[in-house]
Design a binder for this molecule. Structure first.
Ligand code: SOE
Length: 398
């Protein structure tokens, strides 16, 4: 943190980002915008972005608003003007970069899922605990916690509005993989992505379920499937979620879909669905909670709304009513537009940057922490173990 400058200037925090594709662009939007919307205790300075291709990373720096470009992440971490490292690379490189950055005394933001394996996530969580002792903080980018309607849902659950929870139901459905001609990009290769729909979408579903329920899953029973087992190798234009096939074919080494049920220690039951094969569903994350006093329902494709059913009221007028989450009293809304004006996907990254900067300024552990990310990784591993055993119930280690 740089506290030099005139008294009227806010202290700054130099940010260096590794990776600049879809998630890098989304995080850049967060860093660029947070200080223009919220009154922050720290101003982020977009110091440098890093990628292997010198021309492409220079172009990305210009497009996304970074002051400099680096081609070696170790050089980025070594820069004295970088105090926070933001990791937006495929999961296979998260652990190495995060541990090195924490050991070099940097704060770290790491895209979800935290890692590709429990072992990597454990090493990262340990490094984060060691760094914490020196005032360095680490957070995982589960951005949907920062959708105002979901933050409001959590507040309502915590305030007891639903009473004891009975069901948590989360589905995260996409359809971008249905074409068997879609190329074998990194998202379909275990070495780089760790898993498929499970890690990419299921990790969000698990995080949001546990965040809303306020407790970890105790165990799971699962089925996974890879519907298209071989795909064309990617042509040069292919990125994670787009592009064309080139010459040759290769094996898909991750799941296309994962279905699982889970149990919370409180007795509530949970069900999850994560797939890239739900034709017609683009980015459909739906969440429903049923409690003894009422229910909440959320749909990411209508993210400014939260539906609430009050089960304690008279039966004659019972039913779900729509809360428009666009008022200054709602989480994160105080900084944005006048009442009634909605937000979108990109704003979750602005809120994520804000929350992390506030935590760093206060020296407080931001959530989700690397320990939270490790716990989600344990759930994902339990899902894979269960699916391999034909849906046998697998306890999630505490
Ligand atoms: C692709 O499935 C993806 O971009 C995920 O990787 C993101 O985490 C999610 O926000 C949207 O979908």
């Amino acid at each position: 943190m740089n506290t030099s400058g005139s008294e009227s200037e806010r202290p700054t925090l130099g940010v260096g980002m590794v990776g600049y594709a879809f998630m890098g662009a989304a995080h850049s939007q967060g860093w660029r915008t947070a200080g223009r919307v919220f009154d922050l205790p720290l101003d982020p300075v977009m110091t440098a972005v890093c990628g292997r291709d010198p021309d492409a990373v220079r172009a990305a720096a210009r497009r996304l608003g970074w002051a400099a470009a680096e081609t070696d992440w170790r050089a980025l971490i070594a820069r004295e003007d970088v105090q926070l490292v933001d990791i937006c690379t495929p999961g296979g490189s998260h652990a190495e970069i995060a541990v090195a950055a924490l050991e070099a005394g940097k704060h770290v933001l790491c895209e979800k899922p935290l890692a590709n394996t429990v072992e990597e996530a454990e090493a990262m969580a340990q490094a984060a605990r060691r760094a914490r002792a020196h005032g360095r903080l680490a957070m995982v980018g589960f951005n949907y916690r920062r959708v105002p309607a979901l933050a409001l849902a959590r507040r309502m659950v915590q305030d007891g509005g639903l009473g004891a929870l009975r069901h948590v139901r989360v589905a995260y459905l996409q359809d971008w993989l249905t074409d068997p001609g879609f190329p074998l990009t990194w998202r379909l290769r275990r070495e780089e992505a760790g898993s498929g729909a499970l890690g990419d979408l299921g990790s969000h579903a698990v995080d949001i379920a546990q965040y809303l329920a306020g407790e970890p899953l105790a165990g799971v029973s699962a089925l996974t499937e890879t519907f298209v087992r071989e795909r064309p190798l990617p042509a040069r234009d292919a990125a994670g979620l787009s592009g064309t096939g080139g010459a040759g074919r290769g094996e898909v080494t991750v799941d296309d879909a994962a279905l699982f049920t889970g149990r919370f220690a409180s007795g509530a039951l949970a069900s999850f669905e994560a797939t890239r094969f739900a034709t017609g569903r683009k980015n459909a994350l739906t969440v429903e909670l049923n409690g003894e006093r009422g229910s909440l329902a959320f749909d990411l494709e209508r993210l400014n709304e939260l539906a609430f059913h009050d089960h304690t009221g008279p039966a004659v007028s019972a039913g779900f009513r729509r809360i428009l989450v666009t008022e200054p009293e709602h989480p994160y809304l105080e900084g944005w537009w006048p009442p009634g004006h909605g937000l979108g996907y990109e704003h979750t990254f602005v809120h994520q940057a804000r929350d992390l900067l506030c935590a760093v300024a206060a020296g407080e552990q931001p959530r989700p922490s690397f320990d939270d990310g490790l716990q989600v990784q344990r759930v994902l591993a339990a899902v894979e173990e269960s699916a391999a055993g034909n849906s046998v119930y697998v306890p999630v280690p505490a």
